[in-house]
Write a protein that binds this ligand. Structure first.
Ligand SMILES: [Fe+2]
Length: 284
């Protein structure tokens, strides 16, 4: 790991197309990797073997997509048991999932579906987080998601709901800057106001990604390079988030490792530059 920017802890989502490259080139400019929990919970074969090998060289975060923290029927214990077993083996520095619902009973919709931003829904999420944090015996980090509809009976804006989830449950937040951008475009608010309303002292991790622009709406595909608008939000937030681990995500049209590594280095450079300019302001 030769870069001067690695200290800024910019990581990358670990994706199967990059496994062969990482096996051949275990030393990279990526400071840590985020693994999708479900890809390793049910498969004890080669993917887990590679993850444990990578774990010897890098910190790992575990990121789930089907905890269903908004469920009105509580959290599935069989899911939590498998997650706890994976946590015991990987020893991640962060365990995260999303502020959403993903199914009913044992039916998994394989999507991150929006919750109504009401007191009832907030209490349900907080109760579920209490249960999960007790079961896992560790704090959870929860992420703001992209949405394409909003509920008429919402009682508060998304940023208040997200902040209250963290304040009332004690969980950490995973702040996805791309999702704030997508929602700003889809629901007509300024994403910088969203980001400035989130209590940054509760943010344990940050996501950056590129959505797809369908003209009338933005879709959170993670299929593209991070757009200038999202980099601009990141740059505006940089002075306040330079101590927080950042993760670059790509889930479709995944480029080769080196190409994605340049986005990791760009994020590290922006954080380093904002740190330097802060220092020169202090010492002028
Ligand atoms: Fe994300």
């Amino acid at each position: 790991m030769g870069s001067q920017f690695v200290s800024h802890k910019v990581g990358m989502g670990l994706r199967p197309p990059h496994y062969p490259y990482l096996e051949e080139n275990p030393q990279t400019d990526v400071a840590w990797f985020e693994a999708i929990s479900e890809n390793y919970m049910d498969s004890l074969g080669r993917p887990l073997e590679l993850l444990l090998k990578l774990r010897k060289d890098y910190p790992i975060a575990l990121h789930g997509v089907s905890m269903n923290i908004g469920s009105t029927a509580g959290i599935r214990v069989d899911y939590l048991e498998k997650l706890r077993n994976l946590i015991d083996r990987v020893e991640p520095f962060i365990v995260s999932d999303h502020i959403c619902w993903t199914g009913i009973g044992t039916q998994n919709m394989h999507d991150l579906l929006p919750l109504p931003y009401t007191e009832d829904s907030l209490q349900q999420v907080v109760d579920n987080i209490d249960f999960v944090q007790d079961y896992l015996r560790r704090p959870l980090a929860l992420e703001n998601v992209s949405t394409y509809l909003s509920f008429r009976h919402n009682e508060m804006p998304e940023w208040d709901f997200v902040s209250e989830v963290s304040k009332r449950s004690g969980c950490a937040l995973l702040l996805d800057i791309n999702n704030a951008y997508v929602n700003g475009m889809n629901h007509g608010f300024d994403p910088i106001n969203f980001l400035r309303s989130i209590p940054l002292d509760r943010v344990a991790q940050i996501h950056m990604a590129g959505p797809s622009d369908y003209g009338r709406y933005m879709f959170d595909t993670h299929a593209n390079e991070i757009p200038e608008e999202v980099w601009s939000l990141f740059t505006q937030m940089a002075p306040q988030i330079s101590h927080i681990p950042i993760c670059i995500e790509r889930d479709e049209d995944i480029p080769d490792f080196k190409t994605l590594e340049t986005e990791v280095m760009k994020a590290a450079y922006i954080l380093e530059s904002s740190h330097e300019s802060q220092r020169s302001t202090i010492f002028v």
